[in-house]
Design a protein around this ligand. Structure first.
Ligand code: PEP
Ligand code: MG
Length: 567
């Protein structure tokens, strides 16, 4: 069994297609005709852009508009004057086009690879892709084409670059195995969008797997089984079949309201990271958006997005979701989310530092750009403003004051907006939990961010493996915190939702129902499963389970008791 990063859920069984990258070696010798080398480079660039545009067009249909933008980004990056200038200067200094392209890409690769922000680091993979494309054109070599594979193929490749993914035939590829890449890499994002099981960063996958080997890719667990024994294969097939049947069976919940076993309505919304994902949310039958992580708008650019750029993005989501609620979280910068041009100073402990609402309130001019954009978009749908990392009442009051200031300005300018726009708090710190009653008096809604609430409650860094055993939503401290937040919200008569990953946890859902959670916000593919589980529990049964579980004193006991109660 080979192990790697579980990047895209599901089990895929098929035959390995080991894709070896073309040999792109070249001779580094001096050239005395820069004009001719420049011409070769221009032609290679032109062909690269034409091919990439075709891939983007294809991808827009087969994968999605948002993913196609990754390919368009390659064209922009390859044609960037800075990049072209770096290549041109090297050619003028006597290098051949191949070496000039190679060295310039190497420089950009190093620049991106050394950045602290994981998302910027992923751009290094894009540079590699551009290098391969340009060098292959210059050397007249074929790049890997995954568009004509046999049915039930498992693609095994060193690094699944965005351009390779663009050509992937989604009906024929049942699994992806790579030697590099993490959960936030483009390969992972695209594999998830294509709903193809994927295990990334499998050490020496190309040596361990041979052409035609039978492989089982378990993208949920991060395992790859090569040439399993007959009995093992039979077992895997059984599990895969059961998973496919369970997924298909969920379709009966499509178009149905989200109700508990005793017909109490709950709101089931989607978490999205880009405006385009609103389409996926609707397709998966979400009843609105419970968390739009707006920072992704800020991460993909090199300067603060303008009010109008932000307005267009928020308006797009509002229009897509029609009159359904759309909760947009204001900029949650800092911690694990770094945005270089905002000029955050390096901090000893960024998770406890000048981040999220703290940063925004310290930079009201920047924050007001976002608030004005949100207000303007609120004229086109049911937009609500959510404030991240709240720890005290003053923060909510200050945000509301800024919102009022923006409203006054917009009124003066004659711009339309929803005067009753709701402002709520993301409940993701122990402080917010402890003063939940005071915050409830100031907020229109709560949304519990368990991803951070667990970390801050248990004093565990979300990404630190050494202490990850403590990072558990089943820990009694976390459960009591969640319960008191929901109670405070219920007592004040405001909506209480949850947008952390735990909202889709099948074991936790009965507890959340018993505590009185009104709204669940989950990733789009988890919508139907969450609706199903909500439908399985009556208040009486959920209360009975909660009474038992809340008396337990360890996370393990809680998890065990909840597992036994699964319907
Ligand atoms: C959370 O903290 O639970 C949350 C939803 O936000 P993020 O994961 O973006 O911090
Ligand atoms: Mg958070």
């Amino acid at each position: 069994m080979l192990n790697g990063v579980n990047a895209s859920d599901g089990i895929g069984i098929g035959k390995a297609v080991v894709a070896i990258e073309p040999d792109l070696s070249y001779k580094s010798e001096a050239h005395d005709d820069p004009e001719a080398e420049r011409e070769r480079y221009s032609k290679a660039l032109e062909d690269f852009c034409a091919r990439t545009q075709k891939q983007a067009d294809r991808m827009a249909v087969t994968v999605g508009e948002e993913e196609a933008q990754i390919m368009v980004g390659h064209i922009t990056m390859a044609q960037d004057p800075f990049m072209m200038d770096e290549v041109g200067q090297r050619i003028d200094a006597g290098m051949g086009a191949e070496q000039a392209v190679d060295e310039a890409c190497e420089m950009f690769f190093g620049m991106f690879a050394s950045m602290d922000d994981p998302l910027m680091r992923e751009r290094a993979a894009d540079v590699k892709d551009i290098r391969t494309g340009l060098l292959a054109n210059l050397l007249d070599k074929e790049v890997i084409d995954l568009s004509a594979l046999k049915k039930d193929s498992i693609v095994v490749v060193h690094d699944l670059t965005p351009s390779m993914t663009a050509t992937i035939d989604k009906d024929h590829v049942v699994g992806i195995v790579t030697e590099t890449g993490g959960r936030t890499s483009h390969s992972a994002i695209i594999a998830r969008a294509l709903e193809i099981p994927a295990v990334l960063s499998v050490a020496d996958a190309l040596k361990q797997i041979s052409q035609g080997d039978v492989c089982v890719v378990d993208g949920t667990k991060g395992h790859v089984c090569v040439n399993p024994e007959k009995d093992e294969l039979k077992e895997f097939k059984k599990v895969a079949k059961a998973a496919a049947e369970a997924k298909a069976a969920l379709n009966v919940f499509k178009g149905k309201p989200t109700v508990t076993g005793d017909a109490e309505k709950r709101l089931l919304l989607a978490n999205i990271g880009t405006p385009e994902e609103a389409t996926s949310a609707s397709e998966h039958d979400a009843e609105g958006v419970g968390l739009f992580r707006s920072e992704f708008l800020f991460m993909d650019t090199s300067s603060l997005p303008s009010e109008n750029e932000q307005f267009v993005a928020y308006q797009k989501v509002a229009l897509r979701m029609k009159d359904q609620p759309v909760i947009i979280r204001t900029l949650d910068v800092g911690g694990d989310k770094e945005i270089p041009y905002l000029g955050l100073t390096k901090e000893e402990n960024p998770f406890m530092g000048n981040r999220a609402v703290r940063y925004c309130l310290a930079h009201p001019d920047k924050y007001k750009v976002q608030l004005r954009a949100l207000l303007r978009a609120s004229a086109f749908g049911d937009i609500k403003i959510m404030v991240p990392l709240v720890t005290c009442v003053e923060e909510i009051r200050d945000v509301k004051d800024l919102v009022d200031e923006c409203k006054k300005e917009l009124k003066k300018e004659g711009v339309k907006f929803n005067d009753d726009i709701q402002v709520g708090a993301m409940m993701e710190t122990p402080a917010a939990s402890l003063i939940a009653d005071d915050l409830a008096a100031e907020c229109d809604f709560f949304s519990i961010g368990t991803n951070d609430l667990i970390g801050y409650t248990m004093c565990v860094d979300r990404g630190n493996d050494a202490v990850s055993y403590l990072y558990s939503v089943y820990s009694p401290a976390v459960l009591r915190s969640i319960k008191r937040i929901i109670k405070a919200g219920n007592d004040a008569g405001i909506m209480v939702g949850m947008c952390g990953e735990s909202a889709a946890d099948p074991l936790l859902i009965p507890l959340l129902l018993s505590f009185g959670l009104n709204e669940f916000s989950v990733t789009p593919p988890a919508i139907l499963q969450t609706r199903k589980i909500i439908s399985e529990w009556t208040k009486k049964d959920a209360d009975k389970l909660a009474e038992k579980v809340m008396g337990l004193t360890t996370a393990a006991e809680v998890k065990n008791a909840l597992s036994k109660a699964v319907k």
